[in-house]
Design a protein around this ligand. Structure first.
Ligand code: G6P
Length: 608
């Protein structure tokens, strides 16, 4: 996790570093720091807290003048959040300052060796070995020292390095952690992702694994680990800078909830043609598809929940067994994957360490891999055989909303694409299904008008200590996501249960006034849900039912109703999830929680 930035330019470095870190706070925010070179001295400021505190401490950067610097916002892995453990980390003679995102897996051995040689460590971090190693191997040739050190490191890292002997130079290196270079007339910069760069420039270079970048205000050069110069292509950031700003909303999460109709429209855009799905540049052929006997979907968090929606839709439309696996489980279980398995990995950030590792393992085992990713050029997008971008635009709030909605939209497209290529549904079915998919942005828009009602309703849950979400089939898949949304931002314990399983245990927790959300939009099982609602309401539960407009049968058994517009039965996740995102938001809001940055969480989890 963590976010890093670096700057070398003709103007002061600190204001960019602070602004860039602020944009990267979603990656971790338990401590932060910057180092800037002035008159061949590295000045460092750190805080245990947010970037706002660091900005105040440095008087918006005025107290750390200088034209080259690095900065870091941390999500603690090795050592608690503290000033000592906050980055940047310095070498003993204060010649090098280093910021790092990722985990150096062999740091303990390296640290022991350095201590044996008399080096004094001030932090518990894995990162601190890097500046000490740089000082050890530096003989006046900076690139040589960085190459030597990078070759010694195992694990994942994106590094930003400055050295007092080169007061206009910023060095960066990466392996398995994201790092982007921004090129502009007056400054060259680095950052963990484009949100921190977009306000300065739209011209970027994606640094690849095992590459080292050497930047001065005038030049950006990239080398391999043997010191050979590599020629790199310049790419353009295509989205608007304002997309990464709040635009009048109090929190990014609500802004992103409201962006969902547009985001889903973007996901579908250009991909439905003449009643069928078209994926540009897809290498997966019909012939290859015909040899597939199993589909495995791998992901983490909400992306895993999107995968469960995908399973229900794909199995129904394509009749191929489809399994959904947590990436952190899949990667260490010797997964049964081979060349007859189609592997789909889902990841908003495209950088989740477990998902990336599981993808690589699936590829190694001979599977064709398709990724569903939001961030263009991310590691997962690049490592997969085919990538379907969700085109949701930057998502900043830690709790995903439009990321999830666009992932399930891709699941619908992919299911329809598979059904067409495998002939499991006829052309009319597919065309009708896709025209309903196309109508989803409008239906989501309609649900957003429930915001006022849900804001009021949410007051009830401020005092809930524990609550339940129940559903069957796709309604169950949505229950998992609705429950996660609520607990991650409001800190209220919540459980999602397959409604038919309730009586095998959890019903013992239902007592007077316990809030139970019943999700009933999956029409084929609505009758079964009615029975389950009766079971909990008979035991005193306060039942809030989410149903399709017109399905009034549930009213008698429910304390409150939330109605959403009716859609194709396989698409209910797209409508049903929206009220629960809004409800979770307002429970957290009424409780005064930090909605965009819930405690202990981070958006992009680049550590396992
Ligand atoms: C974190 C985020 C979740 C996200 C999960 C997977 O836990 O807080 O919202 O679902 O990572 O992230 P990915 O980027 O792979 O979708």
């Amino acid at each position: 996790m963590c976010g890093i930035v670096g700057f070398t330019g003709k103007s002061a470095a600190a204001p960019f570093l602070l602004e860039g870190l602020h944009k990267l706070e979603y990656r971790g925010y338990d401590s932060a720091g910057i180092s800037v070179i002035e008159n061949s001295v590295i000045n460092t400021e750190k805080t245990v807290g947010r970037i706002k505190a660091l900005s105040e401490q440095t008087n918006a950067g005025a107290l750390t003048p200088g034209f080259v610097g690095v900065g870091h916002t941390r999500w603690a892995t090795h050592g608690a959040p503290s000033i000592e453990n906050a980055h940047p980390h310095l070498s003993g003679k204060r010649k090098f300052a280093v910021v790092h995102n990722g985990i150096i897996e062999n740091y303990a051995i390296l640290r022991e060796q350095l201590i044996g040689e008399g080096v004094k460590f001030v932090s518990e971090t894995d990162t601190e070995v890097v500046p000490h190693l740089l000082e050890k191997y530096y003989d006046g040739d900076l690139i040589k020292a960085v190459s030597k050190v990078v070759n010694l490191l195992e694990g994942s890292f994106a590094l930003g390095i400055i050295c007092t002997d080169f007061p206009d130079t910023l060095v960066a290196a990466r392996r398995f952690s994201p790092l982007i270079i921004g090129i502009s007339e007056n400054a060259n910069i680095i950052a963990s992702d484009v949100t921190a760069i977009a306000s300065v420039t739209k011209d970027i270079i994606y640094l690849d694994d095992n590459e080292i970048a050497v930047l001065t205000p005038e030049k950006a050069e990239v080398f391999d680990l043997s010191g050979n110069k590599i020629s790199k292509d310049l790419s353009k950031i295509t989205w608007d800078v304002s997309a990464a700003e709040k635009g009048g909303f109090e929190y990014f999460m609500m802004k992103e909830i409201h962006e969902q109709p547009h985001a889903v429209k973007q996901t579908l855009s250009g991909r439905i043609k003449n009643g069928e799905v078209v994926f540009e540049d897809f290498s997966l052929t019909t012939e290859k598809l015909k040899s597939i006997n199993r589909i495995v979907i791998i992901a983490c968090g909400s992306a895993y929940h999107a995968g469960i929606v995908g399973k229900y839709v794909i199995e129904e439309m394509v009749r191929i067994p489809c399994e959904v696996d947590l990436a952190s489980e899949s990667r260490y279980r010797k997964p049964i994957i081979n060349d007859k398995t189609l592997t789909i990995v889902i990841s908003q950030s495209g950088e989740t360490a477990d998902t990336l590792a599981a993808l690589r393992e699936a590829k190694r085992l001979g599977s064709h891999t398709v990724s569903v990713v939001n961030v263009v050029g991310s590691s997962i997008a690049k490592a997969s055989d085919d990538c379907i971008y969700t085109w949701a635009g930057p998502e900043i709030a830690v709790a995903t909303t439009k990321g999830y909605s666009t992932q399930i939209a891709v699941m619908y497209l992919f299911a329809a694409w598979l059904a067409k290529h495998l002939g499991t549904k006829d052309d009319k079915y597919i065309a009708d299904f896709l025209s309903e998919v196309k109508a989803l942005p409008q239906k989501i828009e309609e649900i957003l008008s429930l915001e006022g009602l849900l804001k009021e309703m949410a007051k009830r849950s401020v005092n809930d200590e524990s609550l339940f979400f129940i559903g069957r089939n796709i309604d169950y898949a949505v229950s998992l996501e609705a429950s996660l949304k609520l607990k991650e931002i409001s800190y209220i314990h919540s459980e999602a249960y397959a409604a038919g399983e309730l009586k095998h245990g959890t019903i013992s927790l239902i007592e007077e006034n316990r809030t139970v959300f019943a999700l009933t939009c999956y029409k084929a099982l609505a009758d079964k849900m009615l029975s389950n609602i009766k079971e909990v309401s008979a035991r005193g539960a306060y039942v809030i039912t989410c149903a399709n407009e017109g399905d009034t049968d549930f009213e008698k058994e429910s304390n409150q109703m939330i109605y959403v517009p009716r859609v194709h039965e396989l698409l209910v996740a797209s409508t049903e999830v929206i009220p629960f995102q809004i409800y979770a938001y307002y429970v957290a809001y009424h409780k005064g929680c930090d909605i965009d940055k819930p405690r202990n969480l981070a958006k992009s989890v680049t550590v396992e």
